[in-house]
Design a protein around this ligand. Structure first.
Ligand code: SF4
Length: 486
């Protein structure tokens, strides 16, 4: 019997649609440490969960919803047949970081799954992580490089998901790759932005080690634009890729924002989640967390900070968000996990002033209630303050998690590298070409904060263009945008 007819029978016979749970550490255990919360599937439960996939005919909604076009039905079929390594290979065809995406992706694929409406989607992300972990442990993800090198050299700036992807794609094509990272350890946002309880640092560092073994060089503690310029890199390398992400924190610019006890989310998460030996010297002190913590914002970062606060011993943790749940960005499942761990969320509220005590430490914030007005440029309804609704919320610690933008330094220090609003690099989404010859970019520094898998998808395209450029094929830099009207 052919594989196709087996699948056909399988589709017709499928009756058990109750989701098979993966193992998660109980709240009362996990909220006292920073270890990973999700322990995942066993081989038996993975087969059972993957068998729920009804192998939809093309076009499958799960696949269409995945920015990297992972062949999810094929991978799930292989898992249901017990072929875990085969499934891992399928994920690895389109994703350089399947064990990481499986852990942190908000699972757009699952939102598209046809089972979602009545039974709950197939747990694609956790299955992806399960098979990818096995494959890496078995050495299946070893990066093979051609014996014949091209002699071309590429500098990759940033070692987050986009940088690691470009590095892997190009080393596999025979180019020499050197990755520059501003932090002490490679991994970018994967190490410094995502807490350990969602993604253990070792998972990322294993990937870095594989790249090193393939010949990729990592130069850490080096901020391009400050310690070395793009012009200097262009003298040493044949092409430069910018995968610097969006790590600069937005501020609210309201009174009292500089009081002690108020942290940006990046500062807070690094001090709390990253081991001291991996933190820079100025971030050695852990954050001081009082009894009552307010986290301002509504995205994944806000949720991460709330869960971190709980682990640091805070008794009352409140996420304060200026819109309603319907407009909230980020992963809904993670939000529920955060609530399960004891945080609460106050919607339609925003601080307008932070109030300090006699020692200059925050002790309260003045909060205004909001209502939703007309949609703004993001398409979401704009929060409008309700006049006279201000009230005082007592707090001991505040964490600001209200948005991220790219480091403006590269645009400021690099001739002919055009940037636009909030320092985003002007780059063609299909090729990664920037306005500077030989310089390519993809990921959050081009489109703003987005998913790991979106950065990977853009980085694959940029790597293909860099390879074409290095082989002498013409890849035009995109023309600079017309001067902005003031
Ligand atoms: Fe399987 Fe769901 Fe994809 Fe259909 S949409 S192929 S059921 S994972």
């Amino acid at each position: 019997m052919t594989d196709t007819s087996l699948r056909e029978i399988n589709r017709k016979l499928r009756v058990r649609q109750i989701p098979v749970e993966y193992i998660k550490r109980p709240v009362e255990e996990r909220k006292f440490d920073f270890n990973e919360v999700v322990l995942g599937y066993t081989p038996e439960t993975a087969v059972a969960e993957a068998s729920r996939c009804v192998q939809c005919p093309e076009p499958q909604a799960c696949l269409l919803n995945c920015p990297a076009n992972n062949d999810i039905p094929e991978a799930l079929w292989l898992i249901s047949q017990g072929d875990f390594l085969g499934a891992a290979k399928v994920f690895a065809q389109t994703s350089t970081l399947p064990e990481i995406c499986g852990r942190v992706c908000p699972n757009l694929c699952q939102q598209g799954c046809v089972l979602n409406r009545y039974y709950g989607p197939v747990s694609i992300g956790k299955l992806e992580a399960f098979v990818a972990d096995i494959a890496r442990a078995e050495g299946l993800f070893k990066i093979n490089v051609p014996e014949q090198k091209t002699g071309k050299r590429v500098a990759v700036v940033g070692s987050g998901p986009a940088g690691l992807t470009v590095a892997e794609d190009l080393i596999k094509l025979g180019h020499d790759v050197t990755v520059y990272e501003a932090w002490p350890v490679p991994g970018g946002v994967l190490v410094y932005g995502i807490p350990n309880f969602k993604l253990e640092k070792q998972v990322v560092l294993r990937k870095v080690r594989d790249l090193e073994e393939a010949g990729v060089k990592f130069i850490t503690n080096t901020r391009v634009g400050e310690d070395i310029t793009i012009d200097e890199l262009m003298e040493q390398f044949d092409a430069v890729f910018l995968g610097t992400g969006a790590g600069v924190q937005a501020r609210m610019n309201i009174p009292g924002e500089d009081l002690k006890g108020i942290y940006t989310s990046t500062d807070f998460l690094i001090r709390a989640n990253v081991p001291a030996e991996m933190r820079p010297p100025h971030m050695q002190e852990p954050p001081e967390v009082g009894r009552r913590v307010a986290v301002i914002g509504g995205g994944d970062s806000a949720v991460d900070c709330a869960r971190t606060s709980i682990r640091l011993g805070a008794e009352e943790v409140t996420i304060v968000y200026r819109r309603t749940e319907a407009e909230m960005p980020g992963n809904k499942t993670e939000r529920q996990v955060c609530i399960d761990e004891g945080a609460k969320i106050e919607y339609l509220q925003a601080p307008v002033e932070y109030i300090g005590d006699e020692n200059g430490h925050v002790k309260a914030m003045k909060v205004v209630k909001m209502e939703l007005g007309e949609p703004d440029s993001s398409g979401r309804r704009r929060p409008v303050p309700i006049e006279g609704s201000e009230f005082i919320m007592e707090v001991d610690t505040v964490v600001l998690a209200i948005g991220f933008w790219p480091d403006p330094l590269l645009g400021e220090k690099t001739p002919n590298l055009a940037t636009h609003k909030w320092g985003l690099i002007v780059a063609d989404e299909e090729t990664g070409r920037t306005t500077r010859e030989g310089v390519f970019a993809a990921g959050d520094n081009v489109h703003g904060p987005d998913l790991v898998i979106t950065a990977i998808a853009g980085a694959h395209k940029a790597a293909r263009s860099i390879d074409a450029y290095l082989r002498g094929e013409k890849v035009e830099p995109i023309p600079p945008p017309p001067p902005r009207k003031r």
